[in-house]
Ligand binder design. Structure first.
Ligand SMILES: *Cc1c(COP(=O)(O)O)cnc(C)c1O
Length: 371
């Protein structure tokens, strides 16, 4: 028996007809850049998130990068980022010529610690990027209050958080801008690269529509040095076909997460904590174990695929070698002991239960006891 980490093909199989119809519609339309398919998805996703605007772009990194550009971030500026995140959060800052300033997470939730943000603010700080890591909203009330008091913009990285709620309200318009990725493995995934930004701010939305299209609002009139970062109509149509299934698919992820938490808590293992304000969508289910590599190997020998998100903290990447000596013990500890268990809408509860059986057995071995 094997339990794969995440399979994309069964997700397609479930919506084969809807996706096929959507793709065929684009092919038949004779219209292959922008147009009604992109606008229709932008409208549905904005409505889903409770935001006034959605601006489709080419991918999640561009959503972050263009978002920062729209906020006016440039060379010499500093932007506060989590010390433990996917590298794209940092790269977007660097692409603006600005400097990512890492702030450590709360260990139990993996999300940026608001109590540590103020000490990182300088005269050059322009924005904060909270990441809703693994699908769980960050502490937005406290982050937004700090930002407001210091005159900083907030760009949320929601690439892992489609459908999650903060104090009952869907992620999508709490901060000034919210960046999304529709990379195939995300909770709402395209069949190629795709991304978007949602916002309630009319002026920022207008700026972003120009930035994604050569800095142009009117054909052959270029107001700013923009990009070609448009959401592909084929991907927009596929995303539109998949959006109606998102809530039900997130519910299945939650059922798996609840099963893992109930079963694994008893083993003494560190399971993810969910704060009062958060309704996570469990993009990933991440445990921590002091002998993580040995546990991963033992699981693999029993046919269970796991992954590590992320094995190297951004400041320890060669790309950021000038920051290698920063003191970020939480980020470094997490890189060394986090392990992501299989989770996804097409993983059966039966398989999740079998995985819990295997883990219980392994964690009972003297050499793999959690504490
Ligand atoms: C996936 C991801 C991104 C980047 O999205 P792409 O579409 O792959 O460019 C950014 N931030 C986080 C937290 C992500 O998980």
């Amino acid at each position: 028996m094997t339990i794969p980490f995440l399979e994309l093909r069964p997700a397609y199989d479930e919506l084969r007809t809807e996706i096929g119809t959507a793709v065929q519609r684009v092919l038949d339309s004779g219209w292959y850049i922008g147009g009604s398919e992109v606008e229709a998805f932008e409208r549905s996703f904005a409505d889903y998130c409770g935001a006034r605007h959605c601006i489709g772009v080419s991918n999640g990194l561009d959503a972050l990068h263009l978002g920062l550009r729209a906020l006016g971030i440039g060379p010499g500026d500093e932007v506060i980022v989590p010390s433990n995140t996917f590298i794209a959060t940092w790269l977007a800052v660097s692409h603006c010529g600005a400097k990512p300033v890492p702030v450590e997470p709360i260990a139990s939730t993996f999300n940026i610690d608001p109590d540590k943000i103020e000490a990182a603010i300088t005269a050059r700080t322009k924005a904060i990027i909270p990441v809703h890591l693994y699908g769980q909203p960050a502490d937005l009330t406290n982050i937004l209050a700090i930002a407001r008091a210091a005159g900083l913009a907030v760009l949320e990285d929601a690439a892992q958080a489609h459908g999650s709620r903060y104090k009952g309200q869907r992620i999508g318009a709490h901060g000034d801008l919210v960046a999304w990725s529709f990379y195939p493995g995300k909770n709402l995934g395209a069949m190629g690269d795709a991304g978007a930004i949602t916002t309630n701010d009319d002026a920022l939305a207008d700026e972003l529509r120009a930035l994604r299209n050569y800095g142009s609002r009117e054909r052959y009139v270029n107001d700013v040095i923009g990009y070609n970062s448009r959401l592909d109509p084929l991907q927009a149509a596929i995303l539109g076909a998949k959006l109606p299934a998102l809530d039900a698919w997130n519910d299945r992820r939650r059922d798996i997460a609840n099963l893992y938490t109930t079963r694994l808590r008893k083993t003494g293992l560190d399971v993810p904590a969910v704060p009062e304000f958060a309704e996570p969508v469990w993009h990933l289910y991440v445990i921590r174990h002091p002998r993580r590599d040995a546990l991963q190997k033992a699981l693999s020998e029993r046919g269970v695929d796991t992954l590590i998100h992320y094995p190297v903290a951004p400041h320890r990447q060669k790309a950021y070698s000038h920051m290698a000596r920063a003191s970020l013990p939480h980020a470094e500890a997490m890189a060394g002991d986090v392990l992501s268990l299989p989770i996804g809408p097409q993983l059966s509860l039966g398989d999740a239960g079998r995985l819990a059986d295997i883990l219980e057995e392994l964690l009972d071995r003297p050499e793999l006891r959690p504490a």
